[in-house]
Write a new protein. Structure first.
Length: 247
């Protein structure tokens, strides 16, 4: 019993020592975790502070950049407006000068053209009179030549017509003779053919009649043979019947 108690006390002490050791370790771990959490929070607070500062600096820089861009855009627009105004004035002045030059040139060309037109009209009137005089002279000559040619053509036409009429009559006469000969030849040819066809038809009819006569003769012969066979059969049948009756 004493030994059991000593072992139990020893075990109890060992358990108490182990529990104390475990509790000390847990406390140490808890203290370390608390210390780590505090460090993490401190680091997080520092990072947030740094991020806030960076954002503030970035916002300030963006604001400055936006201001610079606005100023640059405003200056660019002012320069563009001024350039457009200057260009519009230059164009207006150039258009005005161009119109003045064009009007001046147009007037000069119109004056020159009128002068040329007047000269051309004078020359045309003069030429028209000359052409009219020449035309009358030419027309008179043409009429004289035409009358002469008309008479010559009429004489020639009459001569040609007479010649053609004779040629046409001769040609018609020959054509009629040729046609008559051709028709006569055809009639003879058709008659010969008809004669030949009629002879062939007669020959075919004679042959058919001969064939029909032969067929009839063969049929009569065959019928006669059939009738003979039937008579012989009937005679044999009667003889057999008589014999059977006798027996």
């Amino acid at each position: 019993d004493k030994k059991k108690k000593q072992d139990a006390d020893k075990k109890k002490k060992q358990d108490a020592d182990k529990k104390k050791k475990d509790d000390d370790k847990k406390k140490k771990d808890a203290d370390k975790k608390k210390k780590d959490d505090e460090k993490k929070k401190k680091d997080a607070d520092k990072k947030k502070k740094d991020d806030d500062k960076k954002k503030k600096d970035a916002d300030k820089k963006k604001k400055e950049t936006d201001k610079k861009k606005q100023d640059a855009d405003k200056k660019k627009k002012q320069d563009a407006d001024k350039k457009k105004k200057d260009d519009d004035k230059k164009k207006k002045d150039a258009d005005k000068k161009k119109k003045q030059d064009a009007d001046k040139k147009k007037k000069q060309e119109a004056d020159k053209k009128k002068k040329e037109t007047d000269k051309k009209k004078q020359d045309a009137d003069k030429k028209k009179k000359q052409d009219a005089d020449k035309k009358k002279k030419d027309d008179d000559k043409k009429k004289k030549d035409a009358d002469k040619k008309k008479k010559q053509d009429a004489d020639k036409k009459k001569k040609d017509d007479d010649k053609k009429k004779k040629q046409d009559a001769d040609k018609k006469k020959k054509q009629d003779a040729d046609k008559k000969k051709k028709d006569d030849d055809k009639k003879k040819k058709d008659a010969d053919k008809k004669k030949k066809d009629d002879e062939k038809k007669k020959k075919d009819a004679d042959k058919k009649k001969k064939d029909d006569d032969k067929k009839k003769k063969d049929a009569d012969k065959k019928k006669k043979e059939t009738d003979k066979k039937k008579q012989d059969a009937d005679k044999k049948k009667k003889q057999d019947a008589d014999k059977k009756k006798k027996d």
